[in-house]
Design a protein around this ligand. Structure first.
Ligand code: FE
Ligand code: FE
Length: 190
């Protein structure tokens, strides 16, 4: 696995400047959350997963399709219609192949950072939440509440963020992935 400085260098050349700034914010927030909820090892994994979570997000659509094929990443009908939905799964594969990440916990956290899913690990939840509340985000409705919940209870923060995200997706007439609904169902029952 590359060290964090090398990872940052490499990210700078594959991400837009805005995305790079967002990425640093996610790594910073993930580090703080991991310190709140776990040990040294969790903190280390959180920083790596935070840095790499969007590593494939700025690939052009055609490149996303091509690499999914090449890396045998399943692309379902919803992803076909909204190709950006592959970026977490493609991102995990790119983290493994190009950044040398072998740790499955880190790769899983990258995979589930967009849709969420039922029964996530603490690291999965930290990356999902950090993506939403990172300090470089422009303020929006509900951000402060999500930030507060994140440091009180990860599951409550998951529920809150999933509800807000699903509402946002519906409003914009974008397609909602069934994984997100499964996640909401799971965290609503907690
Ligand atoms: Fe993302
Ligand atoms: Fe992100």
């Amino acid at each position: 696995m590359l060290d964090t400085e090398k990872i940052k260098e490499k990210l700078q050349s594959s991400l837009s400047i805005e995305r790079y700034i967002h990425t640093l914010g996610v790594a910073e927030e993930a580090e703080k959350l991991a310190k709140r909820y776990g040990d040294e090892e969790l903190v280390k994994k959180a920083v790596y997963a935070g840095l790499l979570h969007d590593c494939a997000k700025d690939y052009p659509a055609e490149m996303k399709r091509r690499f999914c094929k090449e890396y045998h990443i399943p692309v379902d009908d919803i992803m076909k219609k909204q190709i950006d939905l592959v970026h977490p799964f493609l991102g995990a594969e790119v983290a493994k192949r190009e950044y040398g990440v072998e740790d499955e916990d880190i790769l899983e956290a990258i995979r589930w950072h967009t849709t969420g899913k039922a029964d996530m690990t603490v690291l999965d939840k930290i990356i999902f939440i950090a993506d939403y509340i990172e300090p470089n985000r422009e303020s929006f409705d509900g951000l402060e509440e999500a930030r507060k919940l994140a440091y009180e209870d990860l599951d409550k923060a998951m529920k809150y963020i999933l509800e807000s995200t699903i509402e946002y997706v519906k409003k914009r007439n974008r397609l909602l992935h069934p994984y997100s609904l499964e996640a909401l169902k799971f965290y609503s029952g907690k």
